[in-house]
Design a binder for this molecule. Structure first.
Ligand code: CO
Ligand code: CO
Length: 288
C-alpha cells in the first residue's frame, strides 16, 4: 500500500472509541515484528522514528519506505518529537508522512508560532503534523523530553492551540511521563474528558508505558486516538531475549536467532497493545 498520512490512519478513531498505536522502531527485526502484528489483525499502524540518538537513518529510512510500500495495511511513517522547524523539514524530505513538532518546552505563544510554521510547510508537502500542548515530562532515563518536569494541559489552552495551528493530532498531558515509572501514574481522566469536549482533533498519549489495562481502556474510551508505545515494548522484548541467551550457543546461530526472536517477541507485544488500544474496532464499521 502507498504510505498513509496520520489523518488517514486515525480516521474514525474518535467516533468509534479506538486508538492506533505508534511504535518506535530502530531496526529491521523490530520493524518486521510491528508490521507482522498489524497485518495479522489487518489494522493500521504508525511506525515512529524519533528525533533523538538512534539508528543511522540514512540507511534505515529507505528500507522503511520500501517496506511500507509492500505492506497490506495502511502504515504511517511518523517523525517523533521533532525539535525544530529544520528537523521536521529534513524528515519530510527523507520520506516521513507525518511529523511531530514538539514545542512543549517553549512558552504557549512560541509553541503556537513554531507549530503553525511547521503545519504550513508540512501541509504544502501533503504531510500531517502532531503538536503538543502542556508538557509530558520524563522519568529517569528517557530520551524524549527536553524538560523533566511535566505540566497538565488546560482544556481552554488545547482549544486555542488547535484553533491557531490546525494540527492534525494533538498530544496532551494528563499525568503520564516518558520512560520507566517508579510508581504507577495517576491519570486525570476528568481533564481528558474536558479537553475532548472542547477539541475535535485526534488526541495523542505519550508516556503510556506503565499504565494498567484499565487505564488504557479508560484512555481510549475517553478520547485518546493515538498512543505511543516504546519503553514497555523494548523492555519486554529485551528481557525475553536475555532469558533466551544461555540456550543460544554458536556465534552464527546467535545473530540469526536473536533477530528472529526480536521479530517474534515484538510482534507478540504489539498484538497485546493492539488489543489494549481496541484497534480492531476499525473492522466494526465495515460490518455495520
Ligand atoms: Co513521546
Ligand atoms: Co468501554
Amino acid at each position: 500500500m502507498p504510505i498513509a498520512t496520520l489523518r488517514e490512519v486515525l480516521k474514525n478513531t474518535r467516533e468509534n472509541h479506538f486508538a492506533v498505536g505508534a511504535f518506535d522502531t530502530m531496526d529491521h527485526a523490530f520493524t518486521e515484528g510491528i508490521l507482522a502484528a498489524a497485518e495479522e489483525t489487518q489494522t493500521p499502524v504508525i511506525l515512529a522514528a524519533g528525533d533523538f540518538p538512534g539508528p543511522d537513518y540514512s540507511n534505515f529510512l529507505p528500507y522503511l519506505v520500501d517496506r511500507i510500500s509492500r505492506t497490506s495495511v495502511p502504515v504511517c511513517l511518523h517523525f517523533d518529537h521533532g525539535g525544530s522547524f529544520e528537523a521536521c523539514a529534513r524528515a519530510i524530505r527523507a520520506g516521513f508522512s507525518s511529523v511531530m513538532i514538539d514545542g512543549s518546552a517553549l512558552s504557549f505563544s512560541e509553541n503556537i508560532a513554531l507549530t503553525k510554521r511547521v503545519v504550513e510547510m508540512a501541509h504544502a508537502c501533503h504531510v500531517d503534523v502532531e503538536g503538543e500542548v502542556g508538557h509530558v515530562g520524563a522519568n529517569a532515563g528517557s530520551v524524549e523530553s527536553r524538560r523533566d518536569d511535566s505540566w497538565y494541559t488546560e482544556p481552554e489552552a488545547a482549544a486555542e492551540f488547535f484553533e491557531k495551528t490546525s494540527v492534525d493530532a494533538l498530544a496532551v498531558a494528563i499525568g503520564t511521563a516518558h520512560g520507566v515509572y517508579k510508581e504507577a501514574p495517576k491519570i486525570d481522566f476528568e481533564r481528558l474528558r474536558a479537553i475532548r469536549s472542547r477539541v475535535s482533533v485526534p488526541l495523542v498519549m505519550h508516556g503510556a508505558s506503565g499504565l494498567s489495562d484499565e487505564d488504557f481502556h479508560r484512555a481510549v474510551e475517553n478520547g485518546m486516538c493515538k498512543i505511543n508505545a516504546f519503553t514497555n515494548l523494548t523492555l519486554a522484548v529485551t528481557s525475553r531475549i536475555a532469558d533466551d541467551m544461555p540456550s543460544l550457543i554458536s556465534p552464527l546461530q546467535m545473530s540469526h536467532e536473536i533477530s528472529l526472536k526480536m521479530t517474534a517477541y515484538s510482534k507478540q507485544e504489539v498484538l497485546r497493545h493492539i488489543r489494549l488500544f481496541e484497534t480492531e474496532k476499525i473492522h466494526e464499521r465495515s460490518r455495520a
